[in-house]
Design a binder for this molecule. Structure first.
Ligand code: SF4
Length: 431
């Protein structure tokens, strides 16, 4: 059977679709690179915002137009949110909600694949060059705007030994960067009941960093590194912050702020205040002055008057984030926020998003400027249409360079010599 797999949305979706691809291949199917070539198309959908749900539906229509003969298996958050509607799309043969996602290969193949034999991860083979490792799913918090927690269920962590073994496998097959991902990643281990002492995300990360320290340095590339996906700020403790001192730990923390105004944070049900958030960023910068603090911000949340928005904007400026993801508030069915009064008009949301994004661009440029002349480790992932190699620093700055040398999936010390659009130009110091 020829299977094409694709995901939309978060890194957890990306990690899951790569694992599903490995299961299909382990069961003797051929994983193909284009929907046109497939007998079956597997799509891990997203519903975090109205726009994401719309994109999901557009992609389902495109799949059917591109390959009317293919049978589509749609899973993920939109399939969980609106299964009946998903099932009515032309070409859709299976609708599989999140909680049954890992039974998808069996449902599609009509038999139980040898699950214990998924093919090993390898860079770029299943999609990404960096290894996305799912360690946690679900969330027990109750942010009022969030539909993800409703579609992903309660927080649950994979056993540490299982995660470390998968990381060891990824390292053995050439992973240069492992990215830990989940829905509420920082809550990792909080659901373990039978342990004598706490086992948190920091413990898990330390175990994987130990594994990395034992990986032999390969010629032409530095030892592998570990990156964390989004971690809720209230889950960041001193143990996690001190990982920033580890040479194999990427100096980036993605801490969703959502708003810089306390009144808005309160209506959002966020378990943090602006001053607590600021204190956390000071602690992180005290440990790693160049740390990349990246974040998510929602604008136009119900009740967000002009003064609250200005306060949020000013707070974001003061935090000097290196990268900002800005989301105009999106009504999601089933969330508490949808019942809140004082909705902000879509036109105002759009205008505020443009102002917040412009600030984000300015802060990102200032952060990049700070590294001109510095030499940082860059993981090279691919060549673009102009033949330039593209990669990422550990501080999550995009870098481009031109060289005849094959830099694929290698970490090289790279001198950052200047700007190149929203990336930086780099010169590989030693390849
Ligand atoms: S912490 Fe809040 S925003 Fe994040 S998944 Fe949980 S409920 Fe949603």
């Amino acid at each position: 059977m020829l299977v094409y797999l694709e995901s939309l949305g978060c890194r957890l979706n990306a990690a899951e679709i790569e694992t599903l691809a490995r299961h299909f291949a382990g069961a003797g199917c051929s994983v193909v690179d284009a929907p046109e070539a497939a007998d079956v198309i597997v799509f891990n959908s997203c519903a975090v915002t109205v726009a994401a749900a719309r994109k999901t539906r557009q992609r389902l229509r495109q799949f059917h137009r591109q390959n009317p003969g293919a049978r589509i298996a749609v899973t993920g958050c939109w399939a969980t949110e609106d299964g009946a509607r998903a099932g009515a799309f032309e070409g859709v043969a299976w609708v599989i909600p999140n909680e049954e996602k890992y039974r998808l290969p069996a449902r599609v193949m009509g038999r139980q694949p040898p699950l214990e034999a998924p093919l090993p991860w390898s860079p770029g083979r299943w999609g990404h060059t960096r290894a996305f490792l799912a360690v946690q799913d679900g969330c027990d918090h109750a942010c009022t705007y969030c539909v993800t927690r409703l579609l992903r269920g309660p927080a649950r962590s994979r056993p540490p030994a299982e995660v470390v073994a998968e990381a060891r496998g990824m390292l053995a097959h050439g992973a240069r960067e492992i990215v830990l991902t989940g829905v509420s990643l920082g809550a990792y281990g909080q659901d373990f009941r039978d342990l004598d002492e706490a086992y948190s995300l920091a413990h898990l990360a330390a175990s994987i960093l130990d594994e990395m320290t034992h990986v032999e340095a390969q010629p032409g590339t530095q030892r592998p590194r570990l990156r964390l996906s989004s971690v809720e700020p209230w889950d960041v403790d001193a143990r996690l912050l001190h990982l920033l001192e580890h040479p194999r730990f990427c100096r980036q923390l993605h801490l969703p702020l959502q708003s810089g105004a306390d009144a808005t944070l309160k209506r959002m049900g966020r378990r943090i205040t602006a001053s607590q958030f600021a204190a956390l960023t000071e602690q992180a910068r005290a440990i790693a002055p160049d740390v990349a603090l990246t974040t998510d911000v929602i604008v136009g949340f119900p009740g967000e008057g002009a003064a609250e928005f200005e306060a949020s904007l000013a707070f974001v400026e003061r935090m000097a984030f290196s990268r900002l993801h800005v989301f105009p508030y999106s009504e999601r069915a089933g969330t508490a926020a949808i019942k809140l009064p004082d909705a902000i008009s879509p036109r105002v949301r759009k205008r505020r998003a443009a102002r917040m994004r412009a600030l984000g661009q300015r802060l990102a440029a200032a952060y990049r400027e700070h590294f001109v002349g510095a030499t940082l480790p860059v993981l090279w992932e691919r060549q673009d249409a102009r033949g330039r190699w593209r990669g990422w620093t550990d501080t999550y700055i995009a870098v481009v360079t031109r060289t005849p040398t094959d830099l694929y999936n290698r970490i090289t010390p790279t001198k950052l010599v200047g700007e190149s659009g929203r990336a930086m130009r780099g010169e590989v110091v030693s390849a």
